[in-house]
Design a protein around this ligand. Sequence first.
Ligand SMILES: NC(=O)C1=CN([C@@H]2O[C@H](COP(=O)(O)OP(=O)(O)OC[C@H]3O[C@@H](n4cnc5c(N)ncnc54)[C@H](O)[C@@H]3O)[C@@H](O)[C@H]2O)C=CC1
Ligand SMILES: CC(C)CC(=O)C(=O)O
Ligand SMILES: [Mg+2]
Length: 358
Amino acid sequence: MNFKIALIRGDGIGPEVVGEAVKVMEAVGKKFGHSFSFEDVLMGGCAIDAVGKSYPEGTAEKCKACDAVLLGAVGGPKWGHASDPEKRPETALLSIRKDLGLYANLRPAALRPALADACPLKKETAEKGIDLMMVRELTGGIYFGKRERYQTEDRGEEASDRMAYSQMEIERIGRRAFELARLRRHKVSSVDKANVLETSRLWRSIMHRLSEEYSDVEYEDVLVDNAAMQLVKDPSQFDVVVTENMFGDILSDEASMVTGSIGLLPSASIGDTAPGLYEPIHGSAPDIAGQDKANPIATILSVGMMFRYSFHLPHEADAIEQAVDAVLAEGWRTQDIAKSGEQTIGTVQMGELIRRKL
Ligand SMILES: NC(=O)C1=CN([C@@H]2O[C@H](COP(=O)(O)OP(=O)(O)OC[C@H]3O[C@@H](n4cnc5c(N)ncnc54)[C@H](O)[C@@H]3O)[C@@H](O)[C@H]2O)C=CC1
Ligand SMILES: CC(C)CC(=O)C(=O)O
Ligand SMILES: [Mg+2]
């Protein structure tokens, strides 16, 4: 088959990790008889530098003309202080998610067999295993609410960010979570802050209604502060974790670290229509950019998710995951997952070793 892929390489380590993931994709194509055509799409800080705005006209249309989108990361200190939203790289990220209707962000956090040592939790906790799927609502909530900054008469400057969720937005992400749980270990943990927030109370009431419909799936409510704690106490208790946009953003970074490193976790952002967008959960890592230090595994596994969820080619997806595990089993480590004093390899070598295992 022939697939057209939009590449948003972005900023910082984005181009480095996407470069390795593209080479892996081509190697998978060679092995399984697929071909790819790639279209580079400018977005983020690099687009601000090139054309003056982070989300140039036509960005969404270019992506919509493709079968899937692969994104590295956008942002960095160079563009960190702009007040004009067009000059902020992160605005582009939110816009592309909204414009492509990508309301479901799947972030699987699994402790890979060879990386038990990289888990920072107690040995007996790590031995219980970690294999959870964070289902993060991606196009609603506080990241998309009205942002304001204004002068008050008596309290000086004030700022506000509105958090809103509609019934429809909650129901569709809830259904995704329950459907995924049916393909996994039949458990959904819904994370909210219903003891304080009205959005969470609406969220919870809809999740309860869905849990009656999906009565074959075990269901629980977990308050977000407790969820953050449970993730380090005993992550093995979680199967599918469904939550709103900001809670999911924060908790998935935490979940990544309990599996060893943020450089390992892929994600799939999907809606009701193609294309899906695939990206590592990490950012542009300006502190290590351009030094061949970034772990490309999160982006390479994101390509695996692309094969699984957009192209419905599970064998190709399995082959990528097995290649990653084989390289890790041989002891190869980038700096983020190495023990102190252990020899490390760079981004390019890690990518090449994974390709050779395909
Ligand atoms: N999807 C996206 O494009 C995202 C963009 N960002 C943006 O990225 C920029 C930097 O954000 P930070 O808060 O520093 O988060 P970050 O995720 O970029 O980095 C956090 C820490 O993790 C390390 N790290 C991240 N990815 C790694 C990898 N593949 N291999 C090894 N180490 C890795 C970094 O070196 C850093 O120490 C900001 O401008 C932020 O807005 C942040 C998150 C997501
Ligand atoms: C702009 C942010 C919402 C990006 C981020 O941290 C993420 O999606 O994980
Ligand atoms: Mg994040």
